[in-house]
Design a protein around this ligand. Structure first.
Ligand SMILES: [Zn+2]
Ligand SMILES: [Zn+2]
Length: 153
């Protein structure tokens, strides 16, 4: 049940920024908030929450973009792909799973901010939240995800 077939490699659209993932993700999510709709140029964003020490940029220098606020949004300097997010004060990285070289296995386990979602948008997530889950429920959600979240085939 713990076979995540690590390590994973990935990169931006143009390939100038490359990274490696060496630890299992903690959560898989879709976010329907209006901010993510803008940033992703799409209906929702996708995230794999990775422990910081399980994620490393191996080639190139990503740059800060997005809101330039306490939530650091990282982009490729050349192709401007939104690759990952590091929230200040937390020890994790939210990686956009479509950056992975092999991401066909990805499925969101939770979806958040459905209050702002486009009426037709559906992700198949196991748990849906109008805004964010209660902070106290994250532990249980992460445990459930560790046991039954979608994995590489
Ligand atoms: Zn690029
Ligand atoms: Zn969002």
């Amino acid at each position: 049940m713990h076979d995540w077939k690590l390590p994973w490699s990935g990169g931006c659209r143009c390939g100038r920024i490359r990274f490696e993932v060496t630890k299992p993700p903690l959560m898989a999510a879709a976010c329907h908030c209006r901010g993510c709709q803008k940033m992703s140029s799409s209906a929702f964003s996708l995230s794999l929450t990775m422990p910081s020490d399980g994620f490393a940029v191996t080639d190139g220098e990503p740059v800060i973009g997005g809101l330039h606020g306490p939530t650091h949004h990282y982009f490729c300097w050349y192709c401007k792909t939104w690759m990952f997010t590091r929230p200040e004060g937390f020890d994790f990285v939210n990686l956009r799973p479509s950056m992975l070289d092999e991401h066909g296995w990805f499925a969101p386990f939770i979806e958040v901010w459905t209050a702002e979602k486009l009426p037709w948008a559906a992700t198949g997530a196991v748990h849906s939240f109008e805004t964010e889950p209660e902070f106290s429920s994250y532990q249980g959600l992460m445990q459930e995800y560790a046991e039954s979240g979608a994995r590489p085939a």
